[in-house]
Design a protein. Structure first.
Length: 423
């Protein structure tokens, strides 16, 4: 199901504890998660709202206590209930602020039970004529505040039960007014409990749901960023590990060792650039932003003299691509040549370039092929390694350069790169 679920459904287990570990936060201490997740911030905001409602209730109850005491048929009983209500309200407000979360479900149940009991008992201490439209009958406003703050409950069924209990208590409290002219006020107040408490519930429910979606989205972004960083690390280290592995061979010919040492210097420079978050290479530029494909191929083939690479790229001399594309082409071609050196056991390697005339849209299609007469492999049954899969196929696809790999056992391998460039 996409989008926001319906508000009368309970929140799932992932939203029940704002400090619960989400994807991307499994190694983060709970204290840190409470201060960084959107869900934790929503719970803090809800706690402040609960405390504000309860404290504003006390502010409204205080001025009426003196006149209520004089008007009540049982002044001591009136003051005792008023005191209990104020203490409960203040304790709940302080608890919410200290916890930085709304009251837990058991505390809400006790809160509601006290409100219902006070509604019923206050019918003996509050004059009938003061039970609507006056803070002398403070229990109605007190119960409304408790009904609203019960909207922080996670369970919809539990919240409906609490609201039903409060409304029932109010009906008992205001029942004697139903036979007189105050009946419309009693009905309106009863509906007010449902509307106001329901509105608070709806707002809190949606804020919690949205915060859960936001935290999940942030965790997904973190996961994708981590995968991207792993991909960049693979690109930065793949060729370097190949060079180091070959240099570690004690039987390596002296001439090849010199070439590999030169390549190792370049790979070290590239890995340092990666660790510093800088571009990996500086390539010779044909213009302000473009690099000629012939220069790209020449740059890539440097250091592979041991392969006896035959280069034929005259047709690419006037074809230029964007700098980022050129950088990745050099890396891809080097990866292909490293694979030839390590696996192909080839006696002949050819790098050939071709380009079509500009079309009516001013775009030229170009192709660079790397072919060898080595041992080859079965493409259909052999998974591509990190180099061919990431450095060649995936990375070049970002520049709309297609990479096709054709090979069969005993008949060599052909890697064909195809793209387009403005004339």
């Amino acid at each position: 199901m996409t989008g926001l679920p319906l508000p009368w459904r309970d929140l799932g287990a992932t939203a029940q504890d704002p400090s619960a570990a989400r994807a991307g936060h499994s190694g983060t201490p709970p204290e840190a998660r409470r201060t960084t997740t959107t869900a934790a911030l929503v719970e803090q905001a809800a706690a402040v709202g609960v405390a504000a409602l309860r404290l504003s209730l006390v502010v409204q109850m205080v001025p009426a206590v003196v006149s209520g005491t004089h008007l009540s048929p049982h002044p001591r009983w009136y003051v005792a209930m008023w005191t209990v209500a104020v203490v409960v309200v203040l304790v709940g407000a302080v608890a919410a602020l200290v916890r930085r979360r709304p009251l837990p479900a058991p505390a809400v149940y006790v809160d509601v039970a006290i409100a219902v009991v006070l509604l019923v008992l206050s019918s003996t201490a509050v004059p009938v004529e003061d039970r609507t439209g006056s803070w002398v009958g403070w229990t109605a406003g007190y119960a409304l505040t408790i009904a609203c703050t019960s909207g922080t409950l996670r369970s919809t069924r539990a919240w409906l039960s609490c609201l039903g209990a409060v409304v029932t208590g109010y009906v008992v409290y205001a029942g004697p007014l139903a036979d007189g002219p105050e009946l419309p006020s009693v009905v309106a107040n009863t509906l007010g409990y449902v509307v106001l408490a329901g509105t608070v519930r709806l707002i809190i429910w949606y804020l919690r749901r949205i915060s859960g979606i936001a935290d999940d989205a942030r965790a997904e972004v973190a996961r994708l960023a981590r995968l991207e960083e792993e991909h960049r690390a693979q690109l930065a280290m793949h060729d370097a590990t190949t060079v180091m592995q070959l240099l570690a061979d004690p039987t390596l010919p002296t001439g090849l060792r010199a070439q590999l040492q030169s390549q190792a210097v370049g790979e070290v420079r590239r890995m340092r650039s990666y660790l510093r978050g800088e571009p990996g290479r500086d390539l010779p530029l044909d213009g302000a932003d473009d690099t000629r494909l012939r220069s790209v191929v020449d740059e890539a083939c440097e250091g592979f003299a041991d392969l006896g690479v035959e280069v034929s790229t005259d047709l690419l001399d006037e074809v230029a691509v964007e700098r980022d594309c050129a950088t990745d082409l050099v890396a891809a071609l080097r990866t292909v040549l490293h694979n030839v050196r390590r696996h192909a056991r080839a006696s002949r390697v050819v790098v050939h370039g071709d380009a079509s005339p500009p079309g009516l849209d001013g775009v030229r299609r170009w192709t660079i092929c790397v072919s060898d007469d080595g041992c080859g492999f079965e493409v259909a049954t052999t998974p591509l390694g990190v180099g061919l899969r990431s450095q060649v196929v995936d990375q070049l696809a970002l520049h709309e350069v297609a990479a096709a790999i054709r090979s069969s056992p005993g008949r060599g391998t052909r890697v064909e790169l195809t793209g387009s460039a403005a004339a």
